[in-house]
Ligand binder design. Structure first.
Ligand code: PLP
Length: 396
């Protein structure tokens, strides 16, 4: 009989020639467990998803309660489904009044697609601005925004009329013009290796969008909910986007995404023609129930308040001659090393010694640190110790 590892390689599509091949049997809180007694402290959170930890009891209860009522009943936007309504209401309560309407989808990429569509129809323009080294998803519209040719060339032609700017570069804001439908930017660049923009840059960006009538579309798919110490990172900058994208950490471990805008922008998809954006499973009732429970946990347990201090604990314990810099905001951090060989070797050592850590799509020389927000001080210290041991072996 073939092992799961063999069947994985044989029967499921591979996204690289070197998958990590770590088998997971169970996950709970901060920890992932393998089939042979392995226990890993998860410093990746399934790529910024498990913000309240794996299988949070309140999320499980919400899922079970919804299972007793209904699963899928119809496409998004037709029937009144209480879990969707409750999630939308609770989420909007947390947001500025100009972000007052939500469209639920299944993923981050779909949120990007939906936002691009409403920006085009609302403004009557078709050009977009995106940043170099951006990542907004893998579908063709979202991929068109990716500021790295290597990933796009085999799939061309993609969307035309996209201009790439350098992230956090004030001079490049002049490329936003009255032809621009939308500027799509990550609130903190993730896959570029965690790049936190200056407050002044974000404020000037907002100003330039106001001057030109371009919609500011902030991708908070990785930064949300709570990861940077605020529910959404735009709160750090004193600005409000026209369209907010969320996914990943929204669902408490279940698949869901959303694009959020003011009503008059969102309304463009409901007529001329009707059904301007359709999804069968978007806002699945079980995902919405889980997301509501997760949001409630983040707010009631005041998880965001603990984030800046945990950031500092990581920084204090990540001191090593091979670490060039520890960068980031809140629990969206990276450890800057010198080469991919170092990153790969340390990740391997960490996995073998019970710490799951990873790297970035566009930045191969840094380690990704984005643990569940529930991580405790002693766990941070223990994780940092293993990382430093991995680095010691490199220097030995
Ligand atoms: N935007 C950002 C900033 C992301 O990090 C990601 C995924 O990594 C996406 C969009 C795409 O989200 P999804 O994988 O759910 O389509």
């Amino acid at each position: 009989m073939l092992s799961n590892r063999q069947l994985f390689l044989l029967n499921t599509a591979q996204t690289s020639t070197s998958p990590r091949l770590i088998e997971i049997e169970k996950a709970e809180g901060l920890y992932l467990y393998g089939p042979d007694g392995q226990k890993y402290m998860d410093l990746v959170s399934g790529f910024a998803v498990s913000n309240i930890g794996h299988r949070h009891p309140r999320v499980l209860t919400a899922i079970r309660d919804q299972l007793e009522k209904y699963l899928h009943v119809t496409v998004y936007g037709e029937f009144i489904q209480a879990p969707q309504v409750a999630l939308a209401t609770k989420l909007l309560e947390q947001l500025p009044s100009t972000l007052n309407n939500i469209y639920f989808v299944n993923s981050g990429a779909e949120a990007t697609e939906g936002a691009m569509k409403i920006a085009k129809k609302y403004t009557g323009r078709s050009a977009f601005i995106a940043a170099k080294k951006a990542y907004h998803g893998s579908t063709q519209g979202a991929l068109s925004l990716m500021g790295d040719e290597k990933y796009k060339i085999p799939y061309e032609p993609l969307l035309p009329n996209i201009t790439y700017i350098n992230y956090n570069e004030l001079n490049d804001l002049s490329k936003i013009t009255t032809d621009t439908a939308g500027v799509v930017l990550e609130a903190v660049q993730g896959e570029a290796g965690i790049r936190v923009p200056d407050i002044n840059y974000m404020q000037q960006l907002r100003k330039r969008c106001n001057e030109t009538g371009a919609l500011l579309i902030l991708d908070e798919i990785q930064t949300g909910l709570g990861r940077t110490g605020k529910l959404f990172a735009f709160e750090h900058y004193g600005i409000v986007p026209d369209i907010l994208l969320t996914a990943k950490g929204l669902g408490g471990g279940m698949p869901i995404g959303a694009f959020i805008a003011r009503r008059e922008i969102m309304d463009v998809i409901k007529e001329n023609p009707i059904l301007g954006h359709i999804t069968t499973f978007g806002g699945h009732p079980v995902s919405c129930a889980a997301a509501l429970a997760s949001l409630t946990v983040i707010l009631e347990e005041k998880l965001m308040d603990t984030v800046p201090q945990k950031h500092e604990i990581f920084k204090a314990h990540l001191k090593h001659p091979l670490i060039k810099e520890v960068r980031g905001i809140g629990l969206m951090m990276c450890i800057q090393l010198t080469s991919f060989q170092q990153v790969e070797a340390v990740s391997k050592y960490c996995a073998e010694n019970g710490v799951m850590i990873d790297w970035f799509l566009h930045h191969e020389t840094a380690l990704r640190v984005s643990p569940p927000l529930i991580i405790k001080e002693e766990e941070i210290i223990a994780a940092c110790t293993v990382i430093k041991q991995g680095l010691d072996r490199l220097s030995a």
